[in-house]
Design a binder for this molecule. Structure first.
Ligand code: ADP
Ligand code: GLC
Length: 476
């Protein structure tokens, strides 16, 4: 089967979060299963672009409203990532330093989607599936089905849309209707939700199948989905929850080049000790105390706003028996608070504000516990990386966290779970972590070994996507 993944992120080309990790891994595993999976994404100005060799495969032009743009598609020459990677270059729109965060993001991603549809519609053959990820590619199912420019070539190509994050929907006022290529006007409803153009909603309506990244999140979306819950309920017949996997080649404590000491299940105690010593050395923390870390976007979904109070409460209530380290960026006020707390809790807490891939690896390896108090967590990859590096996840029971972590109080449990995203629940869980670390060494050691052996690789889930695509072939 030939599968075209279309997304705004793909690790190691460009990554802002878990979307990048998934798009950088799933196609590789699908190729290993004997299929031909390819990735198409925007060409940003990233290090990967300048460090690699490219060949021009297509040039074209299209309209974005009244503005004509030229685009080119380049392909990475050596199959470096284990799949064919195509970048779409649109001068002035996509070739920027950052992935998101510009005032004209709507125009940028609509133009990207038009260029991709234009290119695909000119292929001699058609792919078996077009697999779109998140709202930046959410208009593609509509464009394939309804626009005059593309429907003759693409309406019969099955589309799958994966919701990685339902909180961001790509809303656009109807005053921007002119950006979208022409279609029969009575189909406007396929773009609309609540009187705005909503690319995520449009994708859920128009894609042949809809998936999200864990079974629990699929259920949660029917209850609460930033206004789209009725739509998810209505479309449940074509919707599936498929749990993400992790790239076990990139995330492997035995071979990881970013960490201070490599280790496996047998050498976990020593290996983690060395990494912890390195990490604590860098951040002025005490390696004899349990180290609890947070890695992630500093946004409401991750309940990052609770961190300052939860950490200070935990330090006071548990008499400084645990140390804390936060790596993240996002909300500026929160960034300032977490920066300020460094001096207030010197020796107990430290933070690195910004994005740092190598530090994140060292933190998975050198921490004892990884905290994820998320309010919403479609899947979450951090907890699976933590498992693989023998770090006990402390997670709120929500979405994919619920589907991957079992509390150590339950039969064969290997993590810490709590119900509410509150300072109280986090502080209480910190107490359980300290107790586990200090008073239950045998259980703690067993948990580490056990969690490192859990198989969260993509093998099973990559096959589930293939089965889904296969069911579409018979419909096409
Ligand atoms: P989300 O996609 O919602 O941000 P995930 O848990 O799926 O959450 O994935 C987050 C990914 O981004 C992980 O690979 C995590 O290590 C990484 N990450 C998040 N913030 C940072 C940061 N500040 N520095 C380095 N890596 C980060
Ligand atoms: C999103 C979600 C996260 C998920 C990731 C990859 O960004 O917030 O939970 O793991 O996508 O699917």
């Amino acid at each position: 089967m030939e599968i075209i993944h279309i997304a705004a992120e793909c690790y190691p080309v460009a990554k802002a979060g878990g979307l990048g990790d998934v798009v950088g891994a799933l196609p590789k595993y699908q190729n290993e299963l004997g299929h031909v999976a390819k990735v198409v994404m925007p060409m940003y100005r990233t290090k990967f672009l300048y460090d690699n060799q490219w060949e021009l495969v297509h040039e074209g032009g299209q309209a974005l409203g009244s503005h004509w743009f030229h685009y080119s598609v380049i392909k990475e020459k050596t199959n470096k990532l284990g799949f064919d990677l195509y970048l779409v270059d649109i001068n002035g729109l996509l070739d920027r330093e950052k992935i998101y965060g510009y005032d004209d993001d709507n125009e940028r991603f609509v133009a990207f989607q038009i260029a991709v549809c234009d290119w695909l519609s000119r292929w001699q053959h058609k792919p078996d599936v077009i697999h779109c990820h998140d709202h930046h590619t959410g208009l593609i199912p509509f464009m394939c089905k309804y626009t005059y420019a593309f429907r003759y070539q693409l309406a019969n190509v099955p589309t799958v849309f994966t919701v990685h994050n339902g909180e961001y929907q790509g809303w656009m006022g109807w005053d921007k209707y002119y950006l979208i290529p022409a279609y029969d006007s009575w189909n406007w409803g396929m773009l609309d939700w609540d009187n705005t153009i909503n690319p995520l909603a449009s994708a859920v309506k128009c894609a042949w199948k809809v998936t999200t990244v864990s079974p629990s999140y699929m259920h949660e979306l029917r209850e609460s989905a930033a206004g789209l819950q009725n739509l998810f309920e209505y479309e449940k017949g074509k919707s599936y929850g498929i749990l993400n996997g992790i790239d076990t080649q990139v995330w492997d404590p035995q071979t990881d080049n970013f960490i201070a000491k490599n280790y496996n299940t047998e050498l976990v105690a020593k290996g983690k000790q060395k990494n912890k010593a390195e990490l604590c050395g860098q951040f002025g923390l005490d390696p004899d105390k349990p180290l609890i870390t947070f890695i992630g976007r500093l946004v409401g979904e991750k309940a990052a706003d609770l961190l300052p109070d939860a950490i200070s409460q935990s330090i006071y209530q548990h008499h400084g028996k645990a140390n804390f380290l936060v790596l993240g960026s996002g909300n500026q006020q929160l960034e300032g608070q977490l920066d300020h707390m460094k001096s207030q809790f010197n020796g107990y807490f430290n933070s690195y504000i910004g994005y740092n891939e190598s530090l994140s690896h060292l933190m998975y390896a050198g921490s004892d516990f990884l905290l994820m108090p998320s309010r919403v967590e479609p899947c979450g990859l951090n907890q699976m990386y933590a498992l693989r590096y023998g770090t006990v996840p402390m997670v709120r029971s929500v979405g994919g966290l619920k589907d991957t972590i079992r509390d150590f109080g339950d039969w064969q449990g290997f993590g810490i779970r709590f119900d509410q995203a509150t300072v109280g629940d986090i502080t209480y869980s910190v107490g359980r972590a300290i107790d586990l670390y200090a008073n239950k060494p045998d259980l703690y050691q067993w948990m580490r070994g056990h969690m490192m052996n859990i198989d969260h690789s993509w093998d099973a889930s990559a096959q589930q996507y293939i089965d889904l695509y296969t069911s579409l072939k018979t419909e096409a």
